[in-house]
Design a binder for this molecule. Structure first.
Ligand code: ADP
Ligand code: MG
Length: 718
């Protein structure tokens, strides 16, 4: 365990520092604005700068825009006898007996017993032998950590230790928890934010008085200050509401501009129906579902109409959207034009490329495809650019690489974006801008009701694939506690022996430092799983921080069945299609929104085999288990998301995101649906009254949008 004893024993010291930092002159002695380098913050040297860079934080603006992902409050200590496993809480107790030190390989394990009269608690510390001297027998301390159970007794691993008065001083304060990386502690980030805030020159409020009042919004400045250091819970909710409103407002404003523009576009590429699409459908090993048929008809109608297609295809995971995209692309190719398909990750782009390559070989489709992703060599890319510009390639599949300046298309008639919610509107526009008003088809698996879809995709017509292929066996689910792990591993080993594959999802990439919660992480978990499973089971891991080329390799190996069990973060949640996988095990399932768990579940049950989901919850609280049980009751993504919200109080808004979809930074389309509607109405009204923001009261708002445009800000980028 890194970090020194002061990190553990003296959080109060930091509060003190935080307060005094504002008084210490800064290095530059000047004010900070959003572009000021974080190096100007006192205490940030090159080493810390590098750590922040890992979190994509280079400037003070980016630091202040990194909102806490959760808040912790030091609550009243509980009686040991009343502790529930899975909860993070504090106890006030006395050390009984002498701490017991053990060595296991290069790990020093220190066990300490604590009692408060109502029960006993065992504390375990790793590699902190010095605590033997600190924790005196009979001494009273407050220990705070995650309660676990081992058979009859309760324990905490690596709890934080406080002197009683020190703890009391901070009791019930909301402490922001920031996204971290190895080497950067929460306290360090907090200190930097505190200092940045006190020197930050906020831009003047850009909403008009009327807009602020009508929507009951606090000022932007107050919101930013409060989201980092809330005085109490009510203030926090008010701050959050303003920031969520802003995010939606910006997004919807841009969307409306886009709509004004795209509605008027006439169709330069009338795509005539051809026989080959129908032949292809007939040759497929399965019939199209009625829903697929219906949407395919809508797509054909659009492509032949006097106006450009602007269509969203929405359908739950596994409803078979890819084939619809392939059909549309085939239509473009048959008419002698180019089509492009953009996916949010390389893994997904490569998967689509391979699928279509397979179709070409099997059914002799007229595609001349080319792949374009960031991790390709410069030479590979140049070759691809050449083939695209010359019109030699009539199908381009890739990631954001498709919209790079260097890519010149020859006759781009159709652009498809898969998993649209992962992209910004700007990115979709950029791709469309590569052609002369091409047709646009976007696909999304996010389950949202029509009213929300109309707001979020205001510029598109909406098709829904509301039916799953008939041959699917429903996925079997179970919600269990950590005691079930051994059985789950046995089960996975059994499926692997039958020739199937499995996913195990953990919420974190690597062990975070100084964190009290004990979330499972991909790297350590893969190691643990290797020793728990028979030696011949091939285990590998995947996470978003790996190099793209490595991610692709792992995913390809998994698709080719050179890996049996893939331990991963939620990077695999979008679009991945490996029908041979039959087990989805999710660790710390309580940390995920149900909509996201549903999305993860969609990775299995995609083929002919019976599939299983195992949701492991560390938290045994009744409500948590009940919430997870909803996944058992329904396969309808939207129903699941809305039930989840009903069961959750406003106090659980933080920490858990309903889904990883829609890359809004703070807003969540499910839990903030009401704010979304308000923002939508505000935008409508503003445009009605002052379309070009020419009124005096909207001058600063106009500046806000033109600054954003100059910065190339995409309000919904990944
Ligand atoms: P999603 O809608 O999640 O993108 P995919 O397009 O990846 O789903 O389809 C999931 C799987 O279902 C693929 O293996 C695909 O070949 C298969 N599939 C698509 N349409 C049908 C159908 N009508 N009947 C049976 N299987 C289908
Ligand atoms: Mg898909």
């Amino acid at each position: 365990m890194a970090g020194n004893i002061r990190d553990w024993l003296a959080p109060a010291l930091y509060v003190y520092h935080e307060m005094t930092y504002a008084l210490i002159p800064m290095k530059c002695g000047d004010v900070m604005d959003k572009d000021t380098s974080i190096l100007e913050i006192k205490g940030v040297g090159e080493k810390t700068q590098k750590l922040f860079a890992k979190l994509n934080i280079l400037t003070v603006g980016e630091l202040l825009g990194t909102y806490p992902r959760d808040y912790d409050a030091y609550e009243e200590p509980k009686k040991i006898g009343k502790l529930t496993p899975g909860e993070v809480c504090a106890v006030y107790g006395a050390v009984c007996g002498i701490p017991n030190e053990k060595r296991v390989r290069n790990l020093i394990i220190l066990n300490v017993n604590v009692s408060d009269g109502s029960g006993n608690l065992q504390l375990t510390f790793f590699n902190m032998p010095f605590l033997k001297k600190t924790l005196k027998q009979g001494g009273y301390y407050i220990f705070r950590g995650m309660v676990q159970s081992r058979g009859a007794y309760k324990l905490m691993e690596q709890p934080r230790i406080f002197a009683a008065d020190e703890y009391r001083r901070q009791e019930n304060q909301l402490i922001p928890c920031y996204p971290l990386t190895k080497g950067l502690t929460n306290q360090a980030v907090r200190k930097c934010v505190r200092q940045a805030l006190s020197f930050y020159k906020f831009a003047p409020e850009y909403y008009s008085e009327t807009l602020l009042r009508k929507n009951h919004l606090i000022s932007r400045r107050e919101a930013v200050e409060t989201i980092h250091f809330p005085a109490d819970y009510d203030a926090l909710l008010r701050a959050r509401r303003r920031l969520v409103f802003d995010e939606f407002f910006d997004f919807l404003f841009l969307l409306r501009e886009n709509k004004e523009f795209s509605e008027k576009l006439t169709n330069d590429y009338r795509l005539a129906e051809t026989e080959s699409t129908e032949q292809f459908i007939e040759q497929l090993p399965f019939p199209l579902t009625n829903a697929q048929e219906k949407v395919w008809q809508e797509i054909r109608d659009d492509c032949g109409s006097p106006y450009c297609m602007n269509r969203l295809v929405q359908g739950d995971v596994g409803s078979g959207k890819t084939i619809l995209a392939v059909l549309a692309l085939l239509l473009a190719a048959e008419n002698g034009y180019q089509g492009a398909m953009m996916a949010p990750t390389e893994v997904l782009a490569i998967q689509h490329f391979d699928t279509i390559q397979g179709y070409i070989e099997k059914y002799g489709l007229c595609f001349r495809p080319v792949l374009l992703v960031g991790s390709m060599t410069a030479k590979g890319k140049r070759e691809a650019y050449g083939r695209i510009a010359a019109g030699e390639a009539n199908l381009v599949i890739g990631t954001h690489a498709l919209i790079q300046e260097k890519v010149q298309y020859h006759s781009l008639a159709l652009v498809v974006t898969d998993e649209q919610h992962r992209f910004g509107v700007k990115q979709r526009e950029l791709l469309a801008g590569k052609g002369r008003n091409p047709h646009i088809l976007v696909m999304s698996a996010t389950p949202i009701p029509r009213t929300l879809a109309i707001i979020l995709y205001g510029d598109l017509h909406i098709s829904v694939v509301d039916e799953l292929p008939a041959n699917r066996l429903p996925v079997k689910n179970c919600v269990v506690n950590t005691g079930y792990r051994a059985k789950a591993y046995q089960f996975i080993a059994g499926e692997v022996e039958k020739g199937r594959q499995a996913y195990v999802i953990c919420p974190q990439v690597e062990a975070a430092e100084g964190e009290e919660s004990s979330l499972e992480n991909v790297v350590d978990y893969a190691e643990k799983l290797r020793s728990a499973l028979p030696a011949e089971v091939r285990v590998a891991y995947l996470h978003g921080k790996m190099r793209p080329a490595d991610k692709n390799r792992i995913m390809e190996e998994f698709a080719a069945h050179a890996i049996d069990v893939l331990v991963s973060t939620t990077v695999i949640e979008v679009g991945v299609n490996v029908p041979n996988s039959t087990v989805m095990m999710v660790e710390n399932a309580e940390r995920f929104g149900l909509a996201q768990l549903h999305q993860l579940r969609g990775r299995v049950g995609r083929g002919e085999y019976q599939s299983y989901c195992i949701f492991v919850s560390t938290n045994e609280k009744k409500e948590t288990m009940e919430r997870l049980q909803i996944l058992n009751q329904s396969n309808d993504g939207f129903f699941i998301a809305s039930q989840d919200l009903k069961l959750r109080g406003p106090g659980e808004l933080f920490g858990i995101r309903q889904s990883g979809d829609f890359s809004f930074r703070i807003g969540d389309i499910y839990s903030d649906a009401a704010v979304l509607k308000q923002a939508s109405e505000a935008v409508e009204q503003l445009l009605e009254e002052d379309m070009h923001l020419e009124r005096e009261e909207n001058a600063l708002l106009r500046k806000h949008f033109s600054n954003a445009a100059a910065d190339g800000v995409d309000f919904r980028s990944i």
